[in-house]
Design a protein around this ligand. Structure first.
Ligand code: PMP
Length: 386
């Protein structure tokens, strides 16, 4: 079979997507010796020992067969209890998914017809637009960038209202955000949900970074939206992205369809890891991890050169600084990345997440020493390029 024969076999659907810029970073890193890697989207710490031991026990105890499609009832109960405790509302039902990625696939495939519209944040996590495109949905972006550099990432409710149409099926929210590190205020969340409620639109909320919030309370759309699919997971909080465990909550009308789709695709989330979470979650204390990341957040905010105009990220473990400006012009992002790579520093350009090419993503999920070395390189680049 020749290469062109093989390519002609591909569906139109799959031609709509392209490999992520972040994967290219992984490849670049593999070819470098001792890189300073601030490009990674996962915690730098190891799985909490309590959870690791519970997983080993689950495997030894024979928890290796399929679970029911919706996931272990005890784990679903923990998800719903936690949601009610944190957000004052108990969603009708829940489903254990193969990570939030699995939850996103099921949600979009269950809800979006060709021609339906979805409102996505700009900048936003790369997976959203590709999964929406596969469904044939039309994507409209609402802007999160501040009016002036150095201000917080925020949402403009008037703009969101203007972008809604009769075809809008999903208003998508991701707070805390990948890549900006922004956390929407209670007022912003309430405002977004108010727009969705007035129009009868669903809010789909990706809350994978919900436990990494550094200043004040975290507000979830679950509290305010009349129609809400909430997605979350343990990849980041428990440092187990390879386990592929997440959850979805929402009305049975949608969750039942997602469950049926899971039955014919993922089947179930990995059984021993579901069992391990059932055992360990009630005893896990994530506060020390959050405190450590808050300290790292403060370190980056305090130490990064003023040319990057960084407002303190309010959540997640990302900062999204501006590219350094010089003489009133913007630094060419390719030149910036090239200069960073020459200093063995890996970050992800903002254009990976956005139509704009004005920022870059730095992950502070790294050891202090690596983080400090990365900041030193960035500060040197700022004085050279500024
Ligand atoms: N949503 C966001 C915002 C993410 O950053 C990620 C992981 N990078 C995911 C979803 C997917 O996470 P999971 O490992 O649970 O599939």
């Amino acid at each position: 079979m020749t290469g062109s024969d093989a390519a002609s076999v591909l569906s139109d659907r799959v031609r709509l997507i392209e490999p992520s810029g972040i994967r290219r970073m992984f490849e670049l890193m593999a070819s470098m010796q001792d890189p300073i890697n601030l490009s990674i989207g996962q915690p730098h710490y190891e799985v909490p020992p309590l959870l690791a031991e519970a997983a080993q026990r689950a495997i030894r105890d024979g928890r290796n067969r399929y679970t029911v499609t919706q996931g272990l009832p005890e784990l679903n109960a923990l998800v719903l209890d936690a949601c009610e405790r944190s957000h004052g509302r108990r969603p009708e039902t829940s489903l254990i998914t193969a990570g939030v990625s699995g939850g996103l696939v099921l949600t979009f495939q269950s809800m979006l017809n060709p021609g339906d519209e979805i409102l996505l944040p700009d900048p936003g996590f790369v997976m959203y637009r590709h999964l929406a495109a596969i469904c044939g949905a039309t994507i409209r972006y609402y802007n999160l960038y501040p009016d002036r550099r150095g201000e917080r990432f925020r949402v403009d409710l008037d703009e969101v209202e203007r972008l809604c149409s009769d075809r809008t099926k999903i208003l998508f929210v991701n707070s805390p955000s990948n890549p900006t590190g922004g956390v929407l205020t209670r007022g912003e969340i309430e405002g977004l949900c108010g727009i969705a409620n007035r129009r009868g639109t669903f809010v789909v909320s990706d809350e994978i970074y919900d436990s990494f919030v550094y200043d004040g309370d975290y507000a979830s759309p679950v509290t305010f939206a009349e129609r809400c699919i909430q997605l979350g997971g343990w990849s980041k909080t428990c440092a187990v992205p390879g386990w592929r465990v997440g959850w979805a909550t929402g009305p049975a009308a949608v969750l039942d369809a997602m469950k049926t789709l899971q039955q014919f695709s993922f089947v179930c989330a990995p059984a021993p890891f579901q069992q391990a979470l059932v055992e360990a979650l009630p005893r896990l204390d994530l506060a020390p991890y959050r405190a450590d990341y808050r300290r790292k957040r403060d370190l980056v905010t305090a130490e990064l050169h003023a040319a990057y105009h960084l407002a303190a990220p309010e959540g997640s473990f990302y900062a999204f600084p501006s590219l350094p400006f010089g003489d009133g012009r913007e630094v060419d992002s390719a030149a910036f990345l090239q200069a960073a790579v020459e200093h063995k520093l890996l970050v992800v350009l903002g254009k990976t997440f956005s139509a704009r090419d004005t920022h870059f993503r730095l992950s502070f999920a790294a050891e202090d020493d690596e983080l400090r070395r990365g900041i030193a390189v960035l500060n040197e680049l700022a004085t050279q390029l500024h």
